[in-house]
Design a protein around this ligand. Structure first.
Ligand code: NDP
Ligand code: 8X3
Length: 253
């Protein structure tokens, strides 16, 4: 591969749009998510539309052994990634914390924190060895502004921001870049996942809101990774025009 990006959560929403935006920029792609069927169809779609090679990896980022095997296979095949996008993440439920299910708490922590930390840990030594690479982590405005019913989700996204700041310090003597992308409300399957498949409740979140599109975030990620070597964008916060803080949106327009 000439230059390539490894993207987790690449079968839907922001991860999928980012895969396409980077393919448009000439990146070959190593794409990871849990659903093999969706990965195959994403590979076929992207290879049809762009002149790039797509390698799919079935990966559950909650499983450390799966991460080790996937990253080892990817490094053996392609070497250190030019760009690592840690996008896989989710919210589960929107209840007050005392009512939040333990399995939902663990799924958010294991995916959004543990998975992201361990995928980064698996790739970073190869980037350091080559003295190049860009780690892009998906935080959220939820990591900056807590909102009701989302104590765990918001905490996981605050962790992503702090983690990114920490590793940026640890790689300061290298040419590696670390960027946290912190979007506000983006219309993707995110709410359907949060509400355990309740499409009606999910769609109500976006009713009356001109929410961000996944492509808006993908464009910004493509911009961030295409800056000159001297330019490191540490954080980008992107809100919908109708949004003021994490979950505060106006539905009056
Ligand atoms: P989507 O639900 O559309 O996409 C999530 C992606 O993550 C899917 O490809 C899913 O594939 C994958 N994924 C989920 N769990 C795992 C896992 N355990 N292992 C590997 N892959 C996994 O959500 P979005 O695109 O909206 O969200 C992407 C990221 O952006 C998340 O980190 C989210 O927190 C963040 N974000 C989203 C915002 C929004 O409003 N939508 C705003 C701010 C941040 P599969 O299920 O097949 O594994
Ligand atoms: C997702 C954005 O505002 O729904 O991170 O929490 S929000």
């Amino acid at each position: 591969m000439s230059k390539y990006a490894f993207i987790t959560g690449a079968t839907s929403g922001i991860g999928l749009a980012t895969a396409k935006a980077l393919a448009a920029g000439g990146y070959d792609l190593a794409l990871a998510a849990r659903n093999e069927g969706k990965l195959s169809s994403v590979k076929a779609d992207i290879e049809k539309e762009f002149s790039v090679k797509v390698t799919p990896y079935v990966l559950d980022v909650r499983e450390p052994e799966e991460i080790r095997k996937t990253v080892a296979a990817c490094l053996a095949a392609f070497g250190a990634p030019d760009v690592l996008v840690n996008d896989a993440g989710l919210a589960r439920g929107l209840e007050p914390y005392a009512e939040t299910k333990e399995e939902d708490i663990l799924q958010m922590i294991d995916t959004n924190i543990k998975g992201l930390f361990l995928v980064t840990r698996a790739f970073l030594p190869s980037m350091l060895e080559r003295n190049s690479g860009h780690v892009v982590n998906l935080g959220s405005t939820a990591g900056l502004y807590a909102y009701a019913g989302a104590a765990v989700y918001c905490s996981t996204k605050a962790a992503v921001k702090t983690f990114s700041d920490g590793i940026r310090i640890d790689v300061i003597d290298s040419d590696i870049k670390v960027t946290t992308i912190q979007p506000g409300i983006v219309h993707t399957p995110f709410s359907e996942v949060r509400f355990h498949g309740d499409k009606k409740r999910a769609e109500a979140v976006y009713e009356g809101v001109d929410a961000l599109h996944a492509e808006d975030i993908a464009d910004i990620i493509a911009f961030a990774v295409s800056r000159p070597k001297r330019v490191q964008i540490s954080d980008i916060v992107i809100m919908a025009n109708q949004q003021a803080t994490g979950f505060m949106v106006s539905k009056k327009k």
